[in-house]
Structure formats: structure tokens, C-alpha cells
Design a protein around this ligand. Sequence first.
Ligand SMILES: Cc1cc2nc3c(=O)[nH]c(=O)nc-3n(C[C@H](O)[C@H](O)[C@H](O)COP(=O)(O)O)c2cc1C
Length: 303
Amino acid sequence: MAELITNIGGLRMKNPVMTASGTYGYGEEFADFIDISKIGGIIVKGTTIAHREGNPYPRMAETPSGMLNAVGLQNKGVDYFIDNIYPRIKDIDTNMIVNVSGSTIDDYVATAEKINALDKIPAIELNISCPNVKQGGMAFGTDCKSAQSVVEAVRKVYGKTLIVKLSPNVTNIAEIALAVEAGGADSVSLINTLMGMAINAEKRKPVLSTVTGGLSGACVKPIALRMVWQVAKAVKVPVIGLGGISSATDAIEFLLAGATAVEIGTANFIDPTITIKVAEGINEYLDRHGFKSVSEIVGALEC
Ligand SMILES: Cc1cc2nc3c(=O)[nH]c(=O)nc-3n(C[C@H](O)[C@H](O)[C@H](O)COP(=O)(O)O)c2cc1C
């Protein structure tokens, strides 16, 4: 058995497989299907300083090999998380990571500061890339200066592992990655969803209430892979790759492109046991190719 232990900016993981925010609830919802403590890390739903209703329905649409969503960061706010959800999930034996979103820098800072006080949350993933909110969100992640400023501000109050999640809705994602690295990020994760839309021709109306939404699933994988490869060449911090991963082979491709770890999102809706299958499949690949540790294939693409 090869070694799957992975380190992301000081965060030790049993294996390089994590779940993507917004697609795995708080983890506990999946405990009937698998032993969730076998996952390298669980990134919980996007959390904001105040309660958010999210966008009106319909806010999901199926597309060929993927889906569009416009959930809009529905959640009950960070205080509700601390009082009601944290006590339930804090003893799950894996890295429970909180995805933090905001409309302003102050929102991000206030939420991160509250999460920093929680002993059993070893990392946050700063979402500066949500395409489905009117204020903030992706606006921070599509401009180098704003991206760096929000990360710098959060870095001042957040002492544990700080992962920053990048938007693919930019021309040069490596520039944004360099800006957040300069701002103090310990790691970058990419990609969040790509902006898309769906139309109902019979009704001559958009399918989503918000008209546009975020595209995810198998259809985005080639774009995500290209961006991970570009970012991994540009930054020194570890890169977490995601976007359309639905098999061990997909995950291995991201590792070869330079990702140190991966996240699985939309594929959880199709197969709730996919995370474990991917971790096992990576192990099998390493054994078959004679590698002793997963770190040996990170960035091992020959081109
Ligand atoms: C229904 C849904 C909700 C999501 N909510 C969040 C969120 O709250 N925060 C976040 O950073 N990303 C969110 N995402 C984006 C995913 O975490 C992930 O970046 C994206 O779906 C690409 O990965 P995938 O193709 O494996 O799904 C959401 C995606 C979906 C499909």
C-alpha cells in the first residue's frame, strides 16, 4: 500500500481526497453511505456572517455532463453554525474545513475570526469566487488587488491553514493565484463554477430565476485541469484541484497536473460513495506504477 498522507499548508490529511463545498452538506448527511472519517477532508457548506435565504427557485438545471446552480450561499450564518452545527460535527475524525464567504472584506474577516476560535476546525477555505451573489463573492476573485486585499485582511485574524478558492471566470487565473499567495494564503483551491445559462425555448424564458448560474460537473474538467496546471507552475503554495472529478483517473490527472490534493463536488450527487472509491483508486494506481507515496506523482506530468 502506497502512502497517501498529504500536507496542505500545515494541514495533515489521511489522503488527498476532499469534498467540495456546497455539495456535501456538513458531511454527516453522508454517514449512512460511507465511513466519512476515511475522507481526507470535508469542506462544509458556504458560511457567511449573517443568515442568507439564497436565490429564489428554480436554482438548479441539468446540462449535458453537468449542472447549473444558483443556490446563492443559502445558510443560517456563522453564529448558527457555531452553536448548532459545530457541536455535531467537531468529533468527526477527519479535517472539517469551513468555506467562508462574504459581501464585504469586513464580513470575511468577522466570519474567519469566529471560526478561528473553534479548536476542531483546522482550516478555512475562503470563497472569493461565488458567481451567484449580487454583492462580493466572485467580484473579489476576479481582480488581483481585491483578491490580495481580502486575503491580507483575513490573514491578520486567521492563524490556521488558509485556503483561498479561485474563480475560473477570469482571463489569467495564475495572476490571481499569485496575488492571493502574496496576501498570505497557505494554499489555493480551484476551480469554483463557471458562469453559464440555460434557456427554455418553449417558454422563451431562462431556466434559472437568476438567469445565469454556475456550471459544474464532468463538462468543466478540461478547463479545471488546464487552470490547475497553469496555477501550479506559477505559485509555491500547494494547489487543490477540483472541477468535474468523478473517478480516480480524473483525480490522478489533477495530481499529475500539479495539484497536491483534490476536491469532489457534483459527482457526490450521482454516487455518495465516490470519495472513498477515488482514494482507493489512487492507491491502486500508485501500487500498479510502483510509486511509494502520492507525493511522487504531484506535478509529474511529462510534457
Ligand atoms: C449546488 C452547489 C453548491 C455550491 N456551493 C458552494 C459554496 O457554498 N461555496 C463554494 O466555494 N463553492 C460552492 N460550489 C462549487 C463547488 O464547491 C465546486 O467548486 C464546483 O462545483 C466545481 O466542482 P465539481 O465540478 O466537482 O462540482 C457549489 C457547487 C454546487 C453544484
